[in-house]
Design a protein around this ligand. Sequence first.
Ligand SMILES: Nc1ncnc2c1ncn2[C@@H]1O[C@H](COP(=O)(O)OP(=O)(O)OP(=O)(O)O)[C@@H](O)[C@H]1O
Ligand SMILES: [Mg+2]
Length: 338
Amino acid sequence: MTLAIQAEALSKTYKGQVKAVENVSFAVEAGEAYGFLGPNGAGKTTTVAMLTAGLVPTAGHAVVDGVDVIREPSTLKKRIGIVFQESTADSDLTGRENLSLAAALFNVPRRDAAGRIDSLLERMQIGEAADRLAKTYSGGMRRRLELAVGIIHSPKVLFLDEPTLGLDPQGRAGFWRYVEQLRKDHGMTVFITTHYLEEADNICDRIAIIDRGHIVATGSPSELKDRLGGDVVTVRPTRPEPTLEATLRAIPGVSSVGSAEGAYRVKAANGEKLVPALVDACTRAGVGLATVSLKRPSLDEVFLEFTGREYREDDAVSATDRAVRIGQVQQAFGRARR
Ligand SMILES: Nc1ncnc2c1ncn2[C@@H]1O[C@H](COP(=O)(O)OP(=O)(O)OP(=O)(O)O)[C@@H](O)[C@H]1O
Ligand SMILES: [Mg+2]
């Protein structure tokens, strides 16, 4: 097993004593797509910044593609690819010019650059717009250009910090298709943070859920969902009936019953099969049913289970995040911040 990323006890405390990341360890195998999920302020961007030598850890260390991120930051920056949410492409240059600039910055040999740029432009479907200024591009085209810029030097490890934020579902699906293709063709390792849980579910081989600077769960999407103990059937009776909870719990196949706000959350390996028995139990208890709903385990449920909070998509952008990202972009070729 070759490790592409190895983080050991990484911590970051910002000035002002914000403990953004505390004692975070994980390993990503070469070729894996690894997702980092967590609510706003969980420490995702901070972790990416430490792994890409944009930020010096307060403690711990990390090795990415065989390079120590603290000891050899400039070697690392030349090797990895990064795509931030904040656009790093220059709007006043054309798509092709942006790629040429990136190729030069990353020391792509001149004899290879032109061919590589042409093929990337074609692959990312920006060929026709290649010689137009990037400021005339749609959001999706810009994202694809950013991706092309991020991989111009054929990095073995690509970091994507919420790369699809603000794209419509089609744009997001398109973006991930390109990433998938790159993984297939080059066996690239991809480290992803995203607020779109179903994206992580579709793309990631493994996921870490981070909350308040700590990793609270790791596993493949299906392992994480399995840990929830199956489907959840929510039964909402028309009126409170104190005996109902025990009655539901006694039904064969039910693994647990919880109640909140006048509804019962019934967990079972196969929720669908159980619905008739649940309805029957309510009828026998003499209560009507307002609603019955079945939820298959999803990463939303996993998120709720491990963080104790509902996942909300409108959490997606935070001010600190913007500041950190802009800082990272500015620092991309400079010294890491402390
Ligand atoms: N430059 C900074 N100075 C002080 N505190 C910071 C700085 N950058 C981030 N933080 C704080 O560190 C914590 C983690 O922030 P980080 O940006 O890593 O979270 P995130 O998981 O990327 O969040 P989001 O989902 O909003 O992007 C937050 O409490 C944030 O306020
Ligand atoms: Mg962030």
